[in-house]
Unconditional design. Structure first.
Length: 480
């Protein structure tokens, strides 16, 4: 009985083993049949083609620009101050803040009675001194004539003395006659000495009169200047600022009455960083006289003008950084001193360069360039400048090639692409079913689209030909 049970158990185990083996063989054969069936009926896999925007690299000369801010200041300005104290007796009609005045126009008159009296007195004193000088000159002439007469008399007396001495030597004269002639000759010599002394006195008097006359001429000039200072005029054409002119008001010496500003001679003081200053300087560190453009605001109708860089600031004050640049404006264009303006400065031109969107350059400083079979390859580029959302790169290594202008995570090295060029070619592209399904899936999975936009996108993607820019936009949104 025991043998029978053991034999029956062995048969059951053997049957189960054979059943499991048959089931395994059947599963393997079924899988092989399914694989052969699927491989024979499925279409071959197709490579995914991504639509991208491209641009052609054309090297050219680019002038980069620096945007900074500055303050408008007056280069031609003058403080009008009172030359002396006094009362304002007259103010030009309509004179006040912001009034335009011409060169030579009288703006203010001060009380001038004392100055005019001093001028009249100076003229009278000068006339008196001129009369004294004339009399002294006449006296000098008379003195010179008297001296000449005295010297002539001495000569005659000397001749008479010589004759008396000659007569005495021949026995025809007398000693008393000789003595009398000697006394007459000595008296004539005394008169010559007196004439010379009188002439010297007249010369000293004339010198004193001349000195007094010179001093009085200076006094007369001062009196005339004091009279002229009573009228304050505009030395050049300009606009008045900070004018405090009131008729009848009292002013002190050197008190400021107004500031005259020449609106056509304005400068802009611009503060730039040290790096920006180095790009505006030449190899020797000297500032290049480049062009600038100035605008008061950002609206199209805001005040705008141009100018040129003139010079750099000499030193930095405490708490300041960067560099100061002073530029002259070609035209004021309505700007006024104190305006805070935006300034665009031209750097030195860069040859063989091109400006491309910054999103076209990857983090490894490389761009994706198209090959002849519309595949992408990475090409390193040299970034020369950054200009807002664009970068200026050395375009010589990429001359004539096309690069991707908007990189997305879907594009990379070796990817097959469909280029969308700036001129719109191709306008519409034909999609295979796999690409169409992929794009529809991207639209349906985009949470930022409304239901109406999603339905419009799906309807456009269902057409045989799809706009190329639509494909690029959907791909870009998915990559963003």
């Amino acid at each position: 009985m025991r043998f029978f049970r053991q034999s029956l158990l062995g048969l059951v185990l053997a049957a189960l083993t054979l059943g499991l083996l048959a089931l395994s063989i059947g599963s393997v054969l079924g899988a092989l049949r399914d694989r052969r069936s699927d491989g024979a009926g499925a279409p071959p896999a197709q490579e995914q083609v991504v639509t991208v925007r491209v641009l052609s690299v054309e090297p050219r000369t680019i002038t980069p620009q620096i945007t900074a801010f500055g303050e408008v200041r007056a280069r031609g300005s003058l403080e009008l101050r009172a030359p002396r104290s006094g009362r304002i007796t007259w103010v030009a009609p309509g004179l006040g803040e912001g009034v335009k005045v011409g060169a030579g126009v009288v703006l203010v008159r001060l009380d001038n009675s004392e100055s005019e009296a001093a001028l009249a007195l100076a003229r009278t004193d000068l006339a008196a001194l001129e009369g004294a000088r004339g009399r002294a000159a006449s006296g000098m002439i008379l003195g010179q004539d008297a001296l000449a007469a005295a010297e002539a008399e001495v000569a005659l007396r000397q001749t008479a003395l010589d004759r008396q001495r000659d007569l005495l030597s021949r026995g025809a004269g007398s000693a008393s006659a000789v003595e009398a002639a000697e006394l007459a000759e000595a008296s004539a010599g005394q008169r010559v000495l007196s004439s010379r002394q009188a002439l010297l006195q007249v010369e000293r008097d004339l010198e004193e009169v001349e000195a007094s006359l010179a001093r009085q001429t200076i006094a007369l000039s001062e009196a005339r200047r004091a009279v002229a200072d009573a009228e304050i005029t505009a030395p050049f054409d300009g606009v008045l600022n900070a004018a405090s002119l009131v008729e009848g008001g009292l002013v002190t010496a050197n008190e400021r009455l107004a500031i005259l500003i020449d609106p056509d001679r304005l400068d802009v003081w611009i503060r730039v960083s040290s790096g920006e200053f180095s790009r505006l300087a030449d190899m020797t560190g000297e500032l290049r006289p480049g062009a600038i453009s100035v605008r008061l605001g950002n609206r199209p109708d805001d005040l705008r003008t141009t100018g040129r860089i003139a010079l750099a600031g000499a030193a930095l004050e405490d708490g300041e950084a960067g560099r100061l640049i002073i530029a002259t404006l070609d035209h004021s264009a309505g700007l006024r001193p104190g305006d805070f303006v935006a300034v665009t400065l031209d750097e030195a031109p860069i040859v063989n360069a091109m400006s491309i969107p910054s999103r076209a350059v990857g983090p490894d400083a490389a761009v994706l360039a198209l090959t002849e079979d519309d595949r992408l390859e990475e090409v390193p580029v040299t970034i020369l400048r950054r200009d807002g959302n664009d970068v200026i790169v050395d375009a010589a290594p990429l001359a004539g090639r096309e690069i991707v202008s908007d990189r997305t995570p879907q594009v990379g090295r070796g990817i097959k692409v469909r280029p969308l060029r700036p001129d719109g070619e191709p306008q519409r592209v034909a999609l295979d079913e796999a690409e169409r399904a992929r794009l529809i899936g991207l639209v349906e999975a985009d949470p930022s689209l409304s239901d109406a936009d999603r339905m419009a996108y799906v309807a456009q993607l269902s057409a045989p030909d799809v706009p190329a820019d639509l494909v690029a936009r959907i791909t870009s949104r998915a990559g963003g």
